[in-house]
Design a protein around this ligand. Sequence first.
Ligand SMILES: Cc1cc2nc3c(=O)[nH]c(=O)nc-3n(C[C@H](O)[C@H](O)[C@H](O)COP(=O)(O)OP(=O)(O)OC[C@H]3O[C@@H](n4cnc5c(N)ncnc54)[C@H](O)[C@@H]3O)c2cc1C
Length: 417
Amino acid sequence: MPAATIRPRFDLQTAFSVRAAEGGRRSPRRMRALAFGDAPQVTPEHGPTGRPRRDPAARLRAMVIGPRGRMRMDPFGTLGFGAERQRPTDTPHTAPIRVIENPTSLIFTVLETESGGLSTEEIHLLSAGRQLADQIAGEGGAAVVAIASGVPDGLAEAGADRVISQPSPQTGQYREEWFASQLSNSITTLRPHHVLFPDTLSGRDLAARVASQLGTKPIFGVHQIEAGNCVRVGFGGTKDLTSRTPLILSVAESFSASPVAEWGEASDLAIEGPQGPAQDLIEDLGLLPVTGADLPLEEAPFVISAGVGVHDWTAFDAVTTEVNATQAASRVVCDRGDRPRDRQVGASGRLSTAECYVALGISGAMHHLQGIEACNSVVAVNTDANAAIMKRADLAIVGDANEILRALARKLGGGAT
Ligand SMILES: Cc1cc2nc3c(=O)[nH]c(=O)nc-3n(C[C@H](O)[C@H](O)[C@H](O)COP(=O)(O)OP(=O)(O)OC[C@H]3O[C@@H](n4cnc5c(N)ncnc54)[C@H](O)[C@@H]3O)c2cc1C
């Protein structure tokens, strides 16, 4: 026969008097323990069951932001990043610093940032540089050299062992031509093992120029490097292509580099030789202004779109011109010929990624909504408060789209009435 459990005497009065004497927050668990006369020792470190208490604030203090912008645990402060999140002053950062006195080889990483903090992509590029340096490190070790015009913040935290600060071109000098000549000079002088560029439009452009000046072939969009080989995506994104890691390569955002575990010294590396092209072949006339009407729909940041509810095309044209927006339309409007087909947004049209998409007189049919899934903010104007677009909208205005367009045109001085 199982032994009978004897329930302790319930003493609510003692429980209340003890709690009143203790003050502080009400704890049902402690009250219960007091009432049954078996109160355990509750301390700031231990709960009533005797188990250590969790301290979410301490946990948060120990976290840093990794190179991909994610929060990571770093209780001992050994990870080499976290420039974006300041630790409290009483807990100084104690990441070990890697000292490479006489590197046997160099990896160049070409950064685009001129001042301020490094972008996540650049921290990632430096991590890729470190990974490559570890793979080829000889006896003296391989150093990661950050090359930038100016000196951005956070280079040491991101693992740069050396820094080459390139002077900026003057007005009228073509930036890419200028930097390409400086880089070629640095490469011929210091003979790095590899030169890594960001896989952006300007990164690729610069990489191609440098490669052509040095008479070598670059590889773009590398997402993996291992044992002297690099892997990139080819055949329209359907296959991985492996080749020997070249001197010049651009590193894709998807490159799988783990965050650096040590800070670099980020000490200056001086370069002798010409500080720019011997002769400027290209004169930089600056950027041409682009109007909203010139932009392809997929890239336009500010789009004003018309549906069946819009009839006043004069006011529509005036408003979109005045606010420099890109025009778009629903399929029915394009079917009618009121707007050209290349302006159609939706499942069978273009996909908009606008920061702000203004939908005028559009019902918000499923096929249209598919085209604005990636838009950041949607403003809808519709006479029907229950239209589907109003649910998708961040700002829903119930009203006549044509009257609103005319009022806006008058206000903006576009001439339409
Ligand atoms: C296979 C397929 C593919 C499709 N692909 C697309 C596509 O890519 N893109 C696309 O847009 N559609 C597409 N459609 C069509 C889609 O289903 C809808 O028919 C279309 O989006 C409706 O366009 P609309 O909102 O302009 O017109 P309507 O559905 O007629 O809506 C008009 C809206 O205007 C409002 N309104 C009326 N007068 C005013 C006023 N004075 N002021 C303010 N609001 C007013 C009404 O309340 C209503 O909500 C596709 C359909 C199919 C079958």
